[in-house]
Design a protein around this ligand. Sequence first.
Ligand SMILES: NC(=O)c1ccc[n+]([C@@H]2O[C@H](COP(=O)([O-])OP(=O)(O)OC[C@H]3O[C@@H](n4cnc5c(N)ncnc54)[C@H](OP(=O)(O)O)[C@@H]3O)[C@@H](O)[C@H]2O)c1
Ligand SMILES: *[C@@H]1O[C@H](CO)[C@@H](O)[C@H](O)[C@H]1NC(C)=O
Ligand SMILES: *[C@@H]1O[C@H](CO)[C@@H](O)[C@H](O)[C@H]1NC(C)=O
Ligand SMILES: *[C@@H]1O[C@H](CO)[C@@H](O)[C@H](O)[C@H]1NC(C)=O
Length: 318
Amino acid sequence: MSTFLLVVGAVVGIAYLYRHIVVKGMQCTSKARLVGKTVIVTGSNTGIGKSTAIDLAKRGARVILACRSMQRGQAALEEVKRESGSNQVVFMPLDLGSLKSVRSFAENFLKSEPRLDILINNAGIFLQGRTEDGLGMMFGVNHIGHFLLTNLLLDRLKECGPSRVVNVSSVGHNFGKINFDCLNTQKALGTGTSVMEVFQYYCDSKLCNVLFTHELAKRLKGTKVTCYSLHPGAINSELARNTSSVMLMLMKPMTMFFWKNTVQGSQTTLHCALQDGIEPLNGRYFSNCTVRNLYAKAKDDAAAKKLWELSERLCGLA
Ligand SMILES: NC(=O)c1ccc[n+]([C@@H]2O[C@H](COP(=O)([O-])OP(=O)(O)OC[C@H]3O[C@@H](n4cnc5c(N)ncnc54)[C@H](OP(=O)(O)O)[C@@H]3O)[C@@H](O)[C@H]2O)c1
Ligand SMILES: *[C@@H]1O[C@H](CO)[C@@H](O)[C@H](O)[C@H]1NC(C)=O
Ligand SMILES: *[C@@H]1O[C@H](CO)[C@@H](O)[C@H](O)[C@H]1NC(C)=O
Ligand SMILES: *[C@@H]1O[C@H](CO)[C@@H](O)[C@H](O)[C@H]1NC(C)=O
C-alpha cells in the first residue's frame, strides 16, 4: 500500500514539475512600462492575442484591439479593460481577410492615433477557403493582410522609433514550403482541403511570416524600427476550432497536459515586444523567449525577396 502511494506521489510530483517547468517555459522578465506608448495587437479578442493585450495594458500602454468581429471585439474590449484596470484600450475593426478592411483600418488608425510604438501581427487562422479578395484563406489572413497592414503603418512606426514589429509565426514553418507557381496562378499556397493539406498550407503561411521578417529587417536597416518573428509554443486556444470534433477529442488528453495556457503562450510575444537590448537581433526568430537559428529555407534571401515582390503585387502596393 505504501509503495503504491509512493509511486502515485512520485508520478504526480513529476507531472507537476513537468508542467511548471517544461510546459510553462520561460517567462518574459521585462519590467518595461509603456505609459505614453501605443500598441496594436491583431486578433486580440481571444487566445494569446487577448492575453498579450491585457499584459500590455497593465503596463500602461494605449492598446488597440484590431479584431474582425464587432461582437467579439466589443466583448474583448470590456474584458481587457476589466482585467488590466486600464481604460486606455480601444477596439478598431480589422478583417485581415479583406484588403479593403485593412486599408480602412490603417486610415482610421493613422487619422485618430498620433503614435505607433509596437505592432503585433498576431491574428492567425487554421482553415481552408478564400478571402474576400480571392486569396487562399491562410495565405491571405496569416500573411498578405499583415503584409499590407505593416507596410501601411511603417512610416508611423519609423517616426516613433525605436519601435518594433512582432510577427507571431509557428514552429510549423519548418514544414512549410512556398509553391510560387500555385501562388501565381491560384493566389493560394495550395488548394486541397484534406486534414494534411490544410496543415501543410498553414505551415506554408507561417514560413511566409518568417521570410517576411527576414526581408523586412533588411529593408529597415538605418531606421529605428526592428522586427522579430516567433513561435509562441503549443497553446490551448481557439485556433483549432474548425478542426473535426473527433480529432479534437482524441487530442484532448494531450493538449490538456502538454500545451500551454494563453498567458504562458503570450510570453515570447511579450519578450520580443519589450525586452531591452534585443535590437541587434533584428529580423531573427524566437521561441521560449530565446533567439533560435533558422533552417536555410527560412532565411533564403532570394525567396524572401520574391515573396515580398509578389505580395506587393497581390495587395496593390506595387
Ligand atoms: N495555438 C497554438 O498552438 C499556436 C502555435 C503556433 C502559432 N500560433 C499562432 O499564434 C497566433 C494566435 O493564435 P491563437 O492560438 O491565439 O488562436 P485563436 O485563439 O484562434 O486566436 C486567433 C485570433 O485571430 C483572429 N483572426 C482570425 N482571422 C482573422 C481575420 N481575418 N481578421 C482579423 N482577425 C482574425 C481571431 O478572430 P476571431 O475570433 O474573430 O476568429 C482570433 O482573435 C496565430 O498567428 C497562430 O498561428 C498558435
Ligand atoms: C523553455 O526553457 C526552459 C528554461 O531553459 C526549459 O526549462 C523548458 O524546458 C523550455 N521549454 C520548452 C517547451 O522548450
Ligand atoms: C511580418 O513582418 C513583416 C516584416 O517583417 C511584414 O511585412 C509582414 O507583413 C508581417 N506580417 C506577417 C504576418 O508576416
Ligand atoms: C469555424 O468554427 C466557428 C466556431 O466554432 C464557426 O462559427 C464557423 O462557422 C466555422 N467555420 C467553418 C467554415 O467551418
